[in-house]
Each structure stands twice: as C-alpha cells, then as structure tokens.
Design a protein around this ligand. Structure first.
Ligand SMILES: O=C(CO)COP(=O)(O)O
Length: 253
C-alpha cells in the first residue's frame, strides 16, 4: 500500500498570524476518522516552520515540510537554509525542484540532485517535482520531457534512497491557472512515471513510491483525480491556504 499524501504548498503567502490560524484549523479538522490514513503535509515559508511544528504537536497524520533547501550542507551561503538545519527543527519533508524554483531561481537538474542528496542525508523526505510547460505538452513530447527530468536528477540514487522520495507531477500549464490536467491526462503521466521508475529500480520499488498530482487541484476536482490508480495524493497551492478546502481535498479519497 502506497502512502496517501495531501501536501499544501503555501508558496510565499501567509503572515505569522494567518499561518497559525490555518495550521490550528487543519490540525483540528485532521482528527476526523476519515483522514487517519492520509498524511497531511504543511509546507509554509521558512519562518513559519518552527511554530507550525509546535502547533502540529502530536497529531499523528499532520507533518511539516519546507519548500526548498540548499544544495550545500553548511557554510558561507547567505540567505540559504540547509537540510540539516531543517531537520534540527523537526521538519519532515522538503519540496525540491518546484517549477517556480526552476524558472525564477534557475535551479537545474544537477543542482536538484545535490538538494535531494542533502535532504536524504539529513533524514528529510524529498517531494521531488517534475512537469512540462504548455509548449512541450502541445508538441506532444511531455512524456520524454518528464522522464528526462527524473533520469537526470534522480537516477543516480540507490534503490533504498529513491524509495524515500515522493514524486509530484505538476504540469506547469495547470499551476495557478485554474486549468487542471484531466484525470486521464494525470493517470497517463503518473503511469508513465511509475513505468520509468520500474525500468531503473524494478517494479517493487516503483510500486512503493507515492506520486502526487499538482496543478489547480481543488475540492471540486480532487475526487476524480485521486480515484486514478497511480495518483497517490496531491500537492496543493491555492486551495491549501483555506483549511476547509485543504481538508475537503484530503477527504476526497
Ligand atoms: O504549484 C502547485 C503546488 O506546488 C500548484 O499550485 P495551484 O494548486 O495553486 O495550481
């Protein structure tokens, strides 16, 4: 059985106060019996991590994640935050390679390999993002494009290491646009990703890796997407900023 994960990526949103309210509401609603098998991961901006962790307390199904980490372990890198620092604050997950980081901060596949390795060495669970732009989708080369992102960034990991990675497929054309990939488009890509992982690491490892969908997921479309056999959860942007929407998505399984 693969882990069901609903992760909220707050991006650069939420003040201190707003973050506390959102977290407290989610922790409260997460006690619902229906959510006992779903891992809810809150990924706030860095300054929130410590307080969010505290507010989560002993909730068994709520976790805290960062949105990025450095590709270096420590040292003179002003403004950066390393994986060991995150781990020392009790952070559980870290999003790596989000398309916004790739585009605006010029993160390339090689750098992302280092970030994944740093995260794993510190005991964090990476949520590794991949996904194609609209022109690549329209040209019909989305599958090879996504496969290359995975090969180039992840395929030097051992089977044991990759088993600790969660993949998030986020088509760039669906992020923040209100335009969701159809459940069929998502399933097709998720199955291709799993097949690609199996070609390198074998079926057993590939079958154990959770693959999340991200891109305009909301309560109204979550059930259809999450019903697909290879869609193991979601990475939610906008809808993760409202506790009710985030929880309703998680209840759509
Ligand atoms: O980028 C995303 C999550 O990482 C998706 O964002 P939206 O849900 O706002 O489209």
């Amino acid at each position: 059985m693969r882990k069901k994960i609903i992760a909220g990526n707050w991006k650069m949103n939420m003040t201190y106060e707003e973050g506390q309210i959102l977290t407290s509401e989610i922790v409260q609603m997460a006690q619902d019996e229906q959510l006992k098998d779903v891992s809810l991961v809150l990924n706030p901006p860095f300054p929130h991590l410590h307080v969010v962790k505290k507010l989560i307390g002993g909730a068994p199904n709520v976790f805290v994640g960062a949105q990025n980490c450095s590709d270096k372990e420590s040292g003179a890198y002003t403004g950066e935050v390393s994986a060991p620092i995150l781990a020392s604050f009790g952070v559980n997950f870290v999003i790596i390679g989000h398309s916004e980081r790739r585009e605006y901060f010029k993160e390339n596949n090689e750098m992302l390999t280092e970030k994944v390795k740093q995260a794993l060495a510190a005991g964090l669970q990476p949520i590794f993002c991949c996904g194609e732009s609209l022109d690549i989708r329209e040209a019909g080369t989305h599958e090879p494009n996504v496969k290359f992102q995975l090969t180039d960034s992840l395929f030097e990991l051992s089977a044991e290491e990759i088993s600790k990675v969660t993949i998030a497929y986020e088509p760039i054309w669906a992020i923040g646009t209100g335009k969701t990939a159809s459940a069929e488009q998502a399933q097709e890509m998720h199955a291709a990703i799993r097949k690609h992982l199996a070609s390198k690491y074998g079926k057993e490892v590939a079958d154990s890796i959770s693959i999340l969908y991200g891109g305009s997921m909301k309560p109204s479309n979550a059930a259809e997407l999450l019903a697909k056999p290879d869609v193991d959860g979601g990475l939610i942007g906008g809808a993760s900023l409202k506790s009710r929407d985030f929880i309703d998505i998680a209840k759509s399984y």
